[in-house]
Design a protein around this ligand. Structure first.
Ligand code: ADP
Ligand code: MG
Length: 700
């Protein structure tokens, strides 16, 4: 066992990463020191340092088998992008040497014109550039050196998800430090946000996957009758792993460990064929890069095992969808978790300030938070009878809620003891970390020393949800700091601020069942927004207060906010359009032909029965139903196809376009599916043109 741990520790883990220990070992001392300072203090990198690092980095990568390098970036497609260049440089005497300069390390110039820019492009040239993000380590994968980078236009607008994330981390660090200084912390150099994203996914047999055009084109099933068994027996969650799944998970761990991804927990999830992987948390920026890598490696490893990994938020109707539980906290550079209540009155007071800031932020920017997880895929989870709902609220648990109520009213009510709970003087009751009342239905749950944002979709990048959380908490921290810095009596002001926030924002706290009808009604009474779909949620991106908060903290300019609004709407339309067209194709070329063959068989049977003078009533009944369904299916497919053509010829304003897709296209897709799914239960199984839900969910 020990040997095994040692091998992972020294041999395998991070073996493909240009990490801290490699840098320390290989870089000249002075360069190492300068680079470290650049990374930890966010300083600009100087050219001489870059030259030395590039040279060492290239030698290291070549030893690892690399022949190429790429600037790895995260355009607003939600996935990563890369363009490979070799290290080869021809010499005059016909040979070639391996070369890599500091300039090539710190800056790349990919053509930006084919990436989503939401209209930004109209205002500048097509050129874009990538800039080395030295806070996230480079790594070697598939014979290529990957250099994590930010992606911007030539005029400086961010064209990616990483730039605003990095800026939001600077913003929250600046504001959190102001608070820490007031509490007497003189040593922390910065505050980082920490992130542990739990990734849910499905595994299906690759052969079946390849026989389903819907899975290939859209990542989810657009048709499929319910199988006799679903998730009702609750026999999958934490169940033992099938051999193939276990082998996949093992390989996945190894591949991720090599890349420095701290894959930690793995288990079966609630739905059949659904699983989860959680890493050990890290700095949000690196965790975001690692989550992108995780999704990519999951697909690759699955493929090697004859499986297909589905990352879509709702691959199957009728069983649970997949999310990404975004575990978020703030930590000092010395590793002190700011959402840990601590044991002394002073620590408690500081914790309550950071807690209050988070509560206020979620309440005031619930709409913006909701918009950060708004995609066509996630609409099938949020606001669609599945956890968590589209209404943003915070779960604090009974103990902490009690504390807050005591602070707010100034009266302690536990133990029959009537002392007042005075912030900074009395010690908080110890809050249990893993309480039995852990609430699995809340979109934003406090789990002892961190918040878990559960609305994030399984396939989306975690960058946007995180830059939103970071920015809105930076804002509330800055408001609190403004007050505390001016206060003559610090402790009294802490008391007043926290009390006021709990009083004014307690409507966002809800510890009950978030799936219930009662909560929807209660939330409406409390005035909380219920933005059910992407189309309802996205306009928040250009609400005045939201544009302002991004601008104030230097995370997005108003132009960038506007462009992201356009991109998200465009993305929605494109997704639904591809789904609609895939449905039309599957109906016309697969489902209708199969159904028609069966109609003919049944019609022949009716004729034979009649000719033989036998009772043909039941066969005739089946025939009538089949004919009615096929006619309706065929007519709806034509209507859907015409509708999509029509909408695309009449592209108006993006929000109107997206609304038309939601209000007209999606209902027609639903009718198409209803007819086809009924046909699936009637048509001869041997004629049905694609694997069924039973095949996909149970035959791995
Ligand atoms: P759960 O019961 O929800 O699975 P865990 O304690 O296992 O809770 O944590 C789930 C995820 O939260 C893991 O990825 C873990 O690394 C991460 N996590 C734990 N502490 C923090 C923290 N302070 N900041 C961010 N993420 C954290
Ligand atoms: Mg969890």
């Amino acid at each position: 066992m020990e040997k095994c741990i040692e091998e992972i520790g020294s041999g395998m883990f991070g073996s493909s990463v240009f990490n801290e220990s490699v840098m320390q070992e290989r870089l000249p001392k002075a360069t190492y020191k300068k680079l470290k300072k650049t990374i930890s203090e966010g300083l600009p990198l100087d050219q001489d340092v870059a030259e030395v690092v590039a040279c060492v980095l290239k030698d290291w990568a070549v030893e690892k088998g690399a022949t190429h390098y790429t600037h790895w970036f995260q355009p607003m497609t939600g996935i990563t992008a890369e363009k490979h260049d070799s290290f080869i440089s021809p010499t005059d005497d016909g040979r070639a040497i391996m070369e890599f300069s500091g300039k090539e390390l710190i800056k790349g110039e990919p053509d930006a014109s084919s990436f989503p820019s939401g209209g930004l492009r109209a205002t500048f040239e097509a050129r874009g550039y990538t800039a080395w993000d030295c806070t996230s380590p480079a790594f070697v994968k598939d014979g290529t050196l990957y250099i994590p980078t930010a992606f911007c236009s030539y005029t400086g607008e961010a064209l990616d998800l990483k730039t605003p994330l990095l800026k939001s981390m600077e913003a929250i660090s600046k504001q959190a430090l102001r608070i820490l200084r007031l509490f007497g912390d003189t040593t922390s150099k910065k505050v980082v946000t920490t992130m542990g994203p739990e990734q849910e996914y499905f595994l299906v047999d690759k052969e079946y996957f390849l026989k389903r055009k819907d899975l290939i084109y859209t990542g989810r099933t657009l048709f499929g009758a319910k199988p006799p068994k679903g998730q009702e027996l609750e026999d999958h969650y934490f169940g033992n792993l099938k051999q193939r799944v276990s082998d996949f998970m093992h390989d996945l761990d190894v591949e991720l460990w090599k890349l420095g991804v701290t894959a930690k927990t793995k288990h079966n999830e609630v739905a059949p064929a659904q699983h989860e992987m959680a890493p050990v948390f890290g700095t949000t920026n690196i965790a975001t890069d690692h989550n992108q890598l995780t999704m990519e490696i999951m697909k690759k490893v699955a493929d090697k095992h004859g499986l297909a990994c589905l990352l879509h938020e709702k691959p199957f109707a009728g069983v649970n969808g997949s999310g990404k539980h975004n575990n978020w906290s703030m930590s000092t550079s010395d590793g002190k978790n700011l959402l840990d209540p601590g044991k002394t009155p002073v620590d408690n007071a500081q914790f309550l300030v950071f807690l209050a800031a988070t509560i206020k932020a979620v309440d005031e920017y619930a709409d913006l938070l909701r918009s950060s997880v708004a995609t066509a895929g996630n609409d099938h989870r949020l606001g669609a009878n599945e956890a968590p709902p589209a209404i943003m609220s915070i779960f604090l648990g009974e103990e902490l809620t009690n504390v807050i109520e005591q602070i707010e009213t100034g009266v302690a009510k536990n133990n029959g003891n009537s002392r007042t709970l005075e912030i900074g003087v009395t010690t908080l009751p110890v809050l249990p970390k893993d309480t039995t009342d852990r609430n699995r239905t809340s979109p934003f749950a406090f789990t002892g020393n961190k918040f878990e944002f559960r609305s994030v979709g399984s396939s989306q990048s975690i960058a946007a949800p995180n830059f939103v959380v970071n920015t809105i908490v930076a804002e509330t921290l800055s408001q609190i700091a403004d007050r505390l810095e001016k206060a003559s009596d610090f402790q009294a002001e802490v008391n007043a601020v926290v009390k006021e926030i709990f009083k004014n924002h307690k409507r966002i706290i809800f510890n009950g069942n978030n799936y219930s009808e009662e909560w929807v009604a209660e939330a409406a009474r409390r005035g909380l927004p219920n933005l059910k779909s992407t189309v309802d949620a996205i306009p928040a991106l250009i609400a005045d207060k939201n544009i302002k908060v991004f601008e104030k903290h230097g995370v997005l300019t108003p132009t960038e906010s506007q462009s992201r609004y356009e991109i998200q709407l465009e993305g929605y339309v494109k997704t639904v359009r591809i789904e609609a067209l895939t449905m039309v194709e599957m109906v016309k070329r697969q489902i209708l032909p199969a159904s028609m063959s069966y109609v003919k068989q049944v019609a022949d049977t009716v004729a034979s029965l009649n000719a033989a003078g036998a009772d043909s009533k039941s066969a005739k009944g089946a025939l009538d139903k089949l004919v009615a369904l096929t006619s309706s299916l065929s007519a709806n497919a034509d209507t859907l196809s015409d509708l999509v053509d029509h909408l695309d010829d009449h592209t108006g304003e993006s929000l109107e376009h997206a609304k038309a897709y939601k209000e007209k296209v999606i209902p027609l897709m639903d009718s198409l599916r209803a007819d086809a799914d009924k046909l699936e239960t009637m048509v001869d199984a041997n004629l049905w043109p694609m694997p069924t839900y039973g095949d996909l969910l149970f035959k791995v």
